[in-house]
Design a protein around this ligand. Structure first.
Ligand code: IVH
Length: 699
């Protein structure tokens, strides 16, 4: 069946429309139709091509998805060689370049040559050949004379036009430009790699290079490649533009993506000004660059200057300091931040990167260390972009001896600064020192929190004072604040006599406070204002909080929670919850805090210094003869089952706990009572048999 003329025409219309919308979407970032409409056009074209396979052409937008793998790349010869650029590493070299240009062109220095200044994109150079407006061949630079035919791969890049449109389509054009991956796309790509459990890419450039050299173009299609045009090799069938700037304008009209950070400048000061401007916002640019390029703007002047060896005399690359460099990890240490968070840090063999010498690089957290598998002795890529903290970007595992004896990095169990227990925050990648008030690394933070308005409310004790007090080792813990003499305060920098007196008075005033504020002020992890209020209401006094058996409380809390869950299902009446509103996680955190001797010491010192949180009457757990009493059941009782015994104790307001501690009031022991009985005897807890229990219940 002959292809109907209308189908041919329709396919042409669809291709043109799709390419236009592609251009608006990917290059201009200004789509004018909804995605769904675009998809509809696309599907219609796919349908047509399926129905009339003879309509299918290589330049159809449906062919961007990649095709069957190639056995190898074909070698192609560039009609015009792809040369490289000479580099300038400092201002003097740029000035020397400018002088040479002026001399060769016979232009007076004062007149200043016009230069096209643009970004030196950090990707891979490619050549795109179009004949009568159709993309026929794309190639890598290779050795400059011969490259590899990567047409199928380049076709998958949405921003590369497959067919040129407009009034001045040339007969033949060889567009030169850079293939790269934008920083945001690179982050997403690596995120994906991580999710799939696959190796992450070292940097956007490597990822782009890998994608471009895939024999299977379907893989290339799945990688977010971008393209920017910066020049032409061959140009036939149209009158050549007069300047490089106009040439780029022309390419943009043909719908090639041209980077907009370009400018035409005059003389050496113009070039250096451009360099500094670009350098100042390098980190904020959407893609990696390794410098800027200056090209004599006038194309006739370019021809006059010509080439020397394999680089043009009319252009030069002015390089920025590299943002990545190789170094060796000499040790992995752990730093403790102001909030107690532990950060692994790599001590590095000094390396010059991003314009400075770097000796330390952050590894962020344990997950990152594991993901990157960084070990001592490893050769690593160090990255420092803009003002950001230097980081270890990647390990060169191929440089690690196959049988390295270096173990995987482990987080310490004790804080390297104060020796307190380190705790991993569930659901966070962060490990934290539990030292709180005591840990020197956390001192300033802890003191500021202690003095803050919602805590002890010590007006005037701000950051500047705390910094000096801690740095000069005048104050270590909050208790030390109450020993501060007026002289010590007045001796601080920028502290007038009057404000020293005010601070002193504010410290004195803070002695009288509420128990909730006091508990909140301690800076217990997870214990915010609301939880502090609940704890204060429950315990009533500092002494009661300190004396609490947190382990037993947690065990009880969890038992009641479980039991109540069961009762809810069964529709039975619920037991009274333990410390309502305070979850086991928070209780554990409080338990850790009060278990640390140094924390207890600070509290004792605070009390000794006259800090007097108000004592509230202790909340009655529940009415009943056994209210407030804790029982532990063990062994088999002669008549009562364990559940019955428990129910009867609870009916009288008593509590049943699963473990014996010195806070237990009674252990009820039956036959075959085991370790719980022994423990009760050791701790001197009263032991009852069934008779003793029923007597107590009968009271
Ligand atoms: S012009 C004859 N312009 O730098 C001049 N090159 O060392 C040919 N590059 O392989 C290059 N951005 O990959 C030019 N705006 C730019 C560039 C640029 C990056 C790369 C290109 C080339 C290398 C030259």
């Amino acid at each position: 069946m002959a292809t109907s003329a209308s189908a041919t025409a329709r396919a042409g219309v669809l291709r043109e429309a799709i390419e236009l919308h592609n251009y608006r979407y990917y290059v201009l970032d200004a789509p004018e139709i909804p995605d769904a409409e675009y998809d509809r056009l696309f599907r219609e074209l796919q349908q047509l091509e399926l129905q009339y396979p003879e309509l299918l052409t290589a330049d159809s937008p449906t062919q961007r998805v990649g095709g069957a793998p190639l056995p190898e790349f074909e070698e192609v010869q560039h009609a015009v060689p792809m040369l490289s650029l000479n580099n300038a590493f400092d201002e003097d070299e740029v000035r020397a370049f400018d002088r040479r240009v002026h001399e060769a062109l016979g232009v007076a220095q004062a007149d200043g040559v016009g230069y096209a200044a643009e970004l030196k994109l950090d990707g891979l150079a490619v050549s795109l050949l179009y004949e009568n407006g159709v993309f026929v061949r794309g190639a890598t630079r290779g050795d400059g004379v011969n490259g590899e035919n990567v047409t199928a791969n380049l076709r998958t890049i949405r921003t590369i036009p497959l067919r040129l449109a407009g009034p001045d389509v040339p007969e033949r054009i060889d567009v030169r430009g850079e293939v790269l991956i934008l920083k945001t796309d690179f982050k997403k790509l690596n995120h994906h790699q991580r999710d799939k459990g696959e190796k992450e890419f070292v940097n956007p450039r490597n990822a782009a290079a890998g994608a471009l050299r895939q024999l299977d173009s379907r893989i290339t299609a799945s990688r977010p490649l971008a393209f920017f045009a910066y020049g032409v090799g061959v140009l036939e069938g149209v009158s050549a533009p007069r300047t490089h700037g106009m040439l780029l304008d022309y390419l943009a009209r043909l719908r090639f993506p041209v980077n907009q950070e370009r400018r035409v400048v005059r003389g050496v000061e113009g070039m250096l000004d451009y360099y500094r401007t670009v350098g100042s916002h390098r980190a904020a640019l959407p893609c990696d660059i390794d410098g800027v390029v200056y090209k004599v703007n006038d194309l006739a002047a370019q021809r006059e200057l010509g080439y020397v060896a394999r680089a043009p005399r009319f252009a030069i690359a002015h390089k920025f300091p590299a943002e990545e460099a190789l170094s060796v990890v000499q040790a992995i240490e752990v730093q403790v931040g102001r909030t107690g968070a532990l950060t692994p840090v790599a001590r590095l063999k000094p390396v010059f990167v991003g314009g400075v010498t770097v000796t330390n690089a952050t590894l962020h957290n344990l997950d990152q260390v594991r993901a990157k598998d960084v070990r001592e002795g490893d050769t690593v890529y160090v990255r420092r972009a803009g003002d950001v903290i230097p980081e270890v970007a990647r390990v060169l595992t191929e440089h690690r001896p196959a049988h390295t004896s270096m173990p995987q990095f482990e987080m310490p169990v004790r804080c390297p600064v104060c020796g307190s227990r380190v705790e991993r925050v569930e659901s966070e990648a962060v490990y934290r020192c539990t030292g709180g008030l005591y840990c020197p690394a956390q001192r300033k933070q802890a003191l500021l929190h202690f003095a803050s308005r919602r805590a002890m409310d010590i007006e005037g004790l701000g950051e500047k004072i705390v910094d000096q007090l801690v740095d000069n080792d005048i104050v270590r813990t909050p208790a030390d604040l109450y020993k501060l003499g007026l002289a010590a305060l007045a001796g601080l920098e920028r502290m007038a006599e009057k404000s020293a007196g005010n601070v002193r008075a504010a410290i004195d005033r803070s002695r009288r406070t509420t128990l909730a504020r006091f508990i909140f002020a301690l800076g217990i992890y997870h214990v915010g204002e609301e939880i502090a209020k609940l704890l204060a209401a429950h315990f009533g006094s500092v002494q009661a909080v300190m004396a609490a058996d947190w382990e037993a409380l947690i065990a009880e809390k969890e038992r009641v929670q479980k039991e109540n869950a069961r009762r809810t299902r069964k529709g039975e009446t619920l037991l009274e919850p333990v410390l309502p509103g305070v979850g086991p996680e928070i209780m554990r955190s409080a338990g850790h805090f009060f278990a640390q001797t140094h924390n207890r010491e600070v509290i004792e010192q605070l009390l000794a210094a006259g800090v007097a949180p108000e004592t509230l009457p202790q909340r009655q757990a529940s009415a009943g003869a056994l209210s407030g009493k804790t029982f532990v059941l063990t062994g088999t009782l002669p008549t009562l089952t364990r559940d019955e015994a428990k129910a009867r104790i609870e009916a009288k307001g008593g509590k049943v706990s699963g473990s014996v501690s010195k806070k237990s009031h009674y252990v009820v022991a039956g036959e075959d009572a085991g370790s719980k009985l022994t423990k009760a005897q050791e701790l001197g807890v009263a032991v009852l048999d069934e008779k003793g229990l029923t007597d107590l219940l009968g009271q």
